[in-house]
Every structure is written in C-alpha cells, then in structure tokens.
Design a protein around this ligand. Structure first.
Ligand SMILES: [Zn+2]
Length: 219
C-alpha cells in the first residue's frame, strides 16, 4: 500500500525539527532513474526550506517540484503525470509554509504594479520593503501568479490563525487539482496517495492539512 514513505518522512521531520540531521548530502554513486521511495513532492521555492532536510530524503528518493507557493500549477501537473506514469511514483506530498510571500499580494495588484499603476507600486513597495520598479508594459504571460486567496498581510508576517487558514485553503485547492485530474489516478490499482502539509519555517515542523475541508467565506 502506498503512503508508507510519507509517514516515515513525518518521523524524519520530527528529528529535523529537533536538530537532528537525517539527510545525507554525499554522492551515493550510480542509482536508478526511478525515485527509490516512489515519492513526488511539490513545495514552495522559499529559501528557508530545504526539502531533502525537512523530510530526511536521500539522493535518489524523490522527485522535488518547486515553485512560488508550492502551487499545483499546470506545470506541476505536467511533472506529476510524468513522475507517476513514466517514473513509477505513487505518493504525492504537497508542502506550503508559514510566512509565505504568496500571502502578501494579489495577482491583480502585482500585474497593475508591473504595468505601471503608481498606487500598486506603492502598496507592493510597502509590503516588501523593496522599492518596486515597474516595467510599464502589459504582458500576456504569466496568465496567473497564483497568489493565495484572502486578506493581504505584510511580507513575512508571523504565523497566526488567519494566515494558517489561508494556507490551508490553498493546500486544499492544490490537493483538489490533483484529485480531480483525469491523468493522475487517485483511486483504483494504479492510485497515488496525496497528502498536504504546512511547514513552519520557525520551528521546522510539518502540520498535515485535512482534505476535504472548509474553504472559508468570501470577505
Ligand atoms: Zn512560499
């Protein structure tokens, strides 16, 4: 049964959060192309997260797909399909995290700033502490930044219940994108398991997000 490795990684994470090293960074020699633990991880690109350390992965254990937010974008789906059908992974782990930059803007705000809206430039500058320099052009791509839904907070705000709720929504949204994709089986003999977590950048620990679950109310 799939999922056994995810539980082992959670045990590894407890060791990591208490200061113990599980990940071995030395080159292991020749290895097969298929991930040894049959695991694919989708995680945020945040500089404070070393996925191999957080989960106690060894070289060759897992595919690690990273982007801003750890969002299950079209490209993440593309990677997961290849990971499962060609390279034999069957456990998917999603990792969002506290203090994520994706909590500090909206797609419309960032687009307006990039296009030259002075009010948007000022707001983004205040949120990030970096002078925002507009490009003063519109662009068709990227069509989405996938900023997290909900009321904005300043960049790198400490974890709180409201932040945790917004992160939880996006983990659930990401799980849903996988569960409802016709080319990633999550039922039947070829099923992959999907579990989502919020990583606490202050403590080093992982908290699992229940799925399905509430997605909040608008406002
Ligand atoms: Zn992040």
């Amino acid at each position: 049964m799939a999922n056994v490795n995810t539980d082992t990684f959670l045990e590894n994470n407890k060791k990591y959060a208490s200061g113990e090293t599980v990940h071995d960074s030395s080159h292991p020699g020749a290895q097969p192309i298929n991930p040894a633990k049959h695991v694919a991880v989708v995680a945020c690109m945040d500089a404070r997260m070393d996925v191999e350390d957080i989960l106690g992965l060894k070289t060759g254990d897992a595919h690690i797909i990273r982007n801003a937010g750890g969002v299950v974008t079209d490209d993440a789906i593309r990677c997961l399909i290849i990971s499962h059908h060609l390279l034999n992974t069957n456990e998917i782990i999603l990792i969002h995290h506290t203090r994520c930059g994706m909590l500090a803007f909206t797609d419309d705000l960032l687009k307006a700033g990039l296009e030259g809206d002075p009010a948007a430039e000022e707001l983004i500058g205040k949120a990030t502490g970096r002078e925002f320099v507009s490009c003063n052009h519109s662009s068709a791509t990227p069509d989405q930044f996938h900023a997290f839904r909900g009321p904005l907070e300043a960049l790198d705000s400490p974890a709180c219940d409201a932040q945790n709720e917004r992160l939880t929504w996006d983990v659930r949204r990401s799980i849903s994108r996988i569960m409802n994709h016709p080319w990633i089986p999550t039922e039947g003999p070829d099923a992959s398991t999907v579990r989502g977590f919020i990583y606490d950048v202050d403590t080093g620990g992982l908290e699992e997000v229940s799925y399905p679950g509430p997605m909040g109310t608008f406002g």
